[in-house]
Design a protein. Structure first.
Length: 329
């Protein structure tokens, strides 16, 4: 088993990460490249990034040692249904010398596998967008939200940014002088932290600043909300509490009320001991007191473990998970 290598890739809109691991847990190489999501970048460009990350990860590895691989990405179903796109990925795979099969999984499943080896559970992801997915027998089952900024993504980074601006506009409409958080947000939007002599002029400036940029860019204000909440700002703290409630409500649409299966938290807003992650953990603990909550970890390693499970020599996938997927705090 020590000679067998598995490869996993975590393909996102901004980066593509690859890892090569032995079945004893030795990390032989890692690779990183640009965004490789075929939906946002096109299949051909995505395949180029896939190849770049793979070559780096396999720099000191004989490709003949690789017996299985897995690719995790958003829109996996679209790639599987697109013959040209899948052919581009197949070429990238073979061009680096790999001859073994590889599987394509949704990023939510790979995120789940990076947090737990349990076959059944739920993953809740919050970054720019937000989505919850139920996992059964290590397959994606039901999904909640992930509807995009216009129709959903409640509790996401976009949602936090939009709600922060809406709270600022509500203060301005009411003639209330914005607090420190509101003034900082006002400065980011208009360059001025004070209210004009005619408050409606400030309202118009805020609206224009938002509407002349792509709507999803409101997510850039999410870190301001988090920082202000940590500093004790009541408006920002209230937004974080509402976001946590929205996120857990999304998970509750697809997760039984008495569930004791794991809940994995993924995405930049929920991992790494973030305030929103702590709030979601607390709310999830009230909803599902018997369920363990795990952070998502290394997605490429999670993909590698999913690949390794298909090998005949793997008889204890749970023990293998502990070897391949680094624990997270």
């Amino acid at each position: 088993m020590s000679g067998t290598v598995v490869v996993g890739l975590d393909v996102g809109g901004t980066s593509t990460r690859a890892t090569a691991l032995t079945l004893t847990g030795e990390r032989l190489g890692t690779g990183r490249a640009g965004g490789g999501n075929p939906t946002s970048h096109g299949a051909e460009q995505a395949a180029v990034e896939l190849s770049t990350a793979l070559r780096e990860a396999l720099r000191v590895v004989d490709p003949a040692r690789v017996h299985a691989g897995a690719v995790g990405l958003a829109g996996a179903g679209r790639l599987r249904a697109d013959p040209d796109g899948r052919a581009a990925f197949d070429r990238a795979w073979s061009d680096v010398g790999l001859r073994c099969p590889y599987a394509v999984y949704g990023d939510a499943l790979v995120g789940y596998a990076s947090g737990t080896a349990a076959p059944d559970g739920t993953i809740l992801i919050a970054g720019t967008g937000a989505i919850a997915a139920q996992v059964r027998d290590l397959r994606l089952d039901r999904i909640a939200d992930g509807h995009g900024w216009l129709l959903g993504d409640a509790g996401s980074g976009f949602w936090l940014g939009r709600e922060a601006v809406r709270a600022l506009l509500a203060d301005l409409d009411a003639g209330t002088v914005p607090g420190p958080f509101g003034r900082r947000l006002l400065g980011e939007l208009t360059g001025a932290t004070g209210v004009a002599a005619r408050p409606r002029d400030t309202v118009d400036a805020v609206v224009q600043a938002v509407t002349r940029r792509p709507p999803v860019e409101l997510a850039r204000f999410a870190p301001l909300v988090v920082d202000a909440a940590v500093a004790g700002d009541p408006v920002a703290a209230g937004l974080l509490h509402r976001a946590a409630t929205h996120l857990v409500d999304s998970a509750a649409r697809i997760r039984p009320a008495d569930a004791a299966t794991p809940l994995v938290l993924g995405g930049g807003l929920l991992t790494g001991h973030t305030p929103l992650g702590a709030a979601v953990r607390a709310e999830a603990g009230r909803r599902w007191p018997d369920a363990p909550v795990h952070p998502a970890g290394d997605g490429a390693a999670g993909a590698a473990w999913l690949a390794a499970r298909t090998l005949p020599e793997v008889i204890d996938p749970v023990a293998l998970h502990a070897l391949l997927v680094p624990p997270t705090g």
